[in-house]
Design a protein around this ligand. Sequence first.
Ligand code: FAD
Length: 346
Amino acid sequence: MKNKCLYYAGLAVFIMISGCDNQNQSRADSALILQGSTMGTFWRVSLADVAPERKESLQKAVQRQLDDDDRTLSTWKADSVLSRFNRYRGSEPQPVSDDMADIVTEALRIGKKTDGAMDITVGPLVNLWGFGPDKQPVKTPTQAQIEAARAKTGLSHLRVIQRAEGAYLQKDLPALYVDLSTVGEGFATDHLARLMEKEGITRYLVSVGGAVLTRGLNPQGEPWKVAIQKPTDRENAAQAVVDLQGHGISTSGSYRNYYELDGKRLSHVIDPATGAPIQHRLVSATVIATTALEADGWDTGLMVLGEEKAKALALREKLAVYLIIRQGDEFVSWMSPQFRSFVLSP
Ligand code: FAD
């Protein structure tokens, strides 16, 4: 049997590669690995059937593209395209790139489908609770502060306009603040896949943070394997292993990005209806979809909705969804019928 080792790829999913530390492995059997950091997280690209001589130029091309995406989408960079839009206080349509228009259009679509549970205008609340570029609060925000931040949110205040000369973003609430953190990693992952295609590469696994997309077979001629992290383990341990079959996967969880305030554990996923971090038994939602962007949008919406509504939405929209739910000291999992067809184990 071949050796197996685990490569950490993101917050809640990781990549399993057969034969990765086999000393006798031939060069043709090993993946060409590129990696680096971006957007406050890590990226990784594994390639099959690509000459090692291309490593340096591909590494540079990937980093350049991710740096460009970061300069467009970041709320952490004051000079990004998105930050400039957020600072703009008027209601005139603002010209944006097709990429930006596509991300916002997809995020608004999923936002509506989740009844506003996934809401990219939730930024003022994200920042109030200390999960954005602003500092963490030392005291629990008051209801008045929450309501003041909530008054600056709402999907209905943002729209994408497509004209013959290009795309525009428009807001009708001056203080509206768009936060694309929840879909940025998914978009960047799809963008890396397009870069690989442009480079003539057809067997790859690309990932940014917790979003992953694969195409073709790994160097051993097997499916690329992606594992969903067990929620309690500090080390990588698989709750389930999937073959993405050319799809994107993303996980949103409440157990990795959190802090404690006034004796309460606060997750970075905010319920736009209450203006506060979610408080329920659903600890992670994983989605497989045609694109990593789509998967990345749905997973946060499902997390906000909680166990029962998330299951109902997954069934209604025929989404490939895997949920992990806390039951006392235990964790139980649930998967939609669409998810089942991707599962290799258990
Ligand atoms: P997901 O579950 O996919 O998304 C949760 C995040 O979305 C929250 O952290 C919050 O920002 C937002 N959110 C919360 N509730 C909702 C909701 N109801 N609807 C919609 N969105 C919601 N982090 C840094 O520390 N430093 C950086 O410099 C930095 N730069 C970034 C640049 C870009 C372009 C992007 C996209 C992200 C950046 N981040 C940065 C954030 C970070 O890397 C992750 O994207 C973030 O922690 C969320 O990713 P996730 O997959 O863990 O969570």
